[in-house]
Design a protein around this ligand. Structure first.
Ligand SMILES: Cc1ncc(COP(=O)(O)O)c(C=O)c1O
Length: 389
């Protein structure tokens, strides 16, 4: 049966039949501690009761209509996002890639509307913004780009954290700079504060739009609603997905009023984007994340978690090189092949995600408990011991 699925993934030979909080149960009777959260998606754990109830109630009433009509849940979710961020406008999508596509189109049409010939999109090495043609053009990964050419003109990748490249390339020809405050697929590479502030400054001085990609690092993962808040900067456009649906496919492109001036009737659309079902879940996710104490708890538990991981790293200096990340978006750079580590962790029933730069990602649900953190640490230690001895 597996042969019928396009082989674009290297899949582990396991299939899950049930999820509960941080736990996943496979159909061959194993129980796994899930520190992937579907790659930073299930931020409230698997089958969170509140989300399940909202989904069921909404499913009984209405799943899908069309953006030809008003969608009440969409308006509610947009309001919640606008009330809690820099944004004035929201366009809903079904994925991160679509949110990025909307962001890039928005930036280009903004300058077209201003009658300025500015279309260049600048991105950074190691970035990952999705798999559409525009998204792979932002990347410098040969593996992702090879064979798909010609790529889209007017894109340029510059070096991560190279200040002179920033001065050289962000100018009055640039339409937008696109940045992940923390590169996820790139290996949990945190953008240095000064660099991101410099990018913002150069964007402001040259009238360039700043697009922040918070698809992976947003929605509370770093202990603030959005990771860029740690830097005290505001983007013009922001892509969001993954966590906002808590496991239900949902994404959003947020923007300031000004940045959205070109996106008028007929310029963009989506059949499913912002449907009643997805937005009902999105509203419930936002409500949970904004509940008093939720983000504070992410900050507290992540402090405890990273201290424990730092301890582990010094316990096994032959295996680990360094700890990276912010909040519950954690990465350990390994000295051995990261895949060997995640494979052994899998044998110990612990699910982790490899990333570029030989990093092992730890992306637990944001409501992970201290007891569960201790269990993760226990399994990480067991994995390290198995590798060492
Ligand atoms: C930072 C970032 N942007 C965009 C995407 C693409 O999102 P999706 O896979 O939902 O299309 C991802 C996916 O991993 C991501 O991590």
């Amino acid at each position: 049966m597996e042969d019928s699925v396009l082989a674009t993934y290297s899949r582990k030979n396991v299939s899950f039949e049930k999820g509960d909080g941080i736990w996943l149960y496979s159909n061959d009777g194993r129980k796994f501690l899930d520190c992937t959260s579907g790659i930073a998606v299930n931020i409230l754990g698997h089958c969170n009761e509140k989300l399940v109830n909202v989904l069921i109630e909404q499913a009984k009433n209405l799943w899908h209509t069309s953006n030809l009509y008003r969608v009440e849940n969409q308006e509610k979710l947009a309001k919640s996002l606008v009330d809690n961020t820099f944004a004035d406008k929201v366009f809903f999508t079904n994925s991160g890639t679509e949110a990025i596509e909307c962001a890039i189109k928005m930036a280009r049409i903004y300058f077209s509307k201003l009658k300025q010939k500015r279309y260049e999109i600048l991105s950074f090495d190691g970035c990952f913004h999705g798999r559409s043609m525009a998204a792979i053009t932002t990347s410098n990964s040969n593996k992702m780009r090879e064979g798909f050419g010609p790529l889209i003109p007017g894109f340029k990748v510059i070096s991560f954290n190279d200040k002179s490249a920033l001065y050289e390339n962000i100018n009055n020809k640039t339409a937008a700079v696109i940045v992940e405050p923390i590169q996820g697929e790139g290996g949990i590479r945190v953008f240095p504060e000064q660099t991101l502030k410099l990018i913002k400054d150069l964007c402001d001085k040259t009238g360039t739009l700043l697009i922040i990609d918070e698809v992976q690092c947003g929605l509370g993962r770093t202990g603030k609603l959005f990771a860029h808040e740690w830097y005290n900067i505001e983007p013009d456009i922001m892509a969001v997905a993954k966590g906002i649906g808590g496991g239900f496919p949902l994404g959003a492109c947020l923007s300031s009023e000004n940045a959205s001036i070109g996106m008028v009737q007929g310029k963009h659309g989506s059949t499913y984007g912002g449907n009643p079902l997805a937005c009902a879940v999105g509203c419930a996710v936002m409500k949970c994340v904004l509940e008093e104490g939720f983000l504070e708890n992410v900050r507290t538990i992540s402090g405890y978690f990273s201290q424990k991981i730092l301890g582990l790293v010094s316990e096994f200096p032959d295996i680990f090189e360094e700890v990276r990340g912010s909040g519950l978006m954690l990465g350990i750079k390994t000295k051995i092949e990261n895949i060997n580590f995640t494979n052994e962790a899998f044998n110990q029933n612990l699910l982790l995600v490899p990333a570029s730069d030989n990093v092992v990602r730890i992306l637990p649900p944001l409501n992970i408990t201290k007891k569960e953190v201790d269990l993760v640490i226990k399994l990480l230690r067991k994995t390290s011991q198995r590798i060492k001895y």
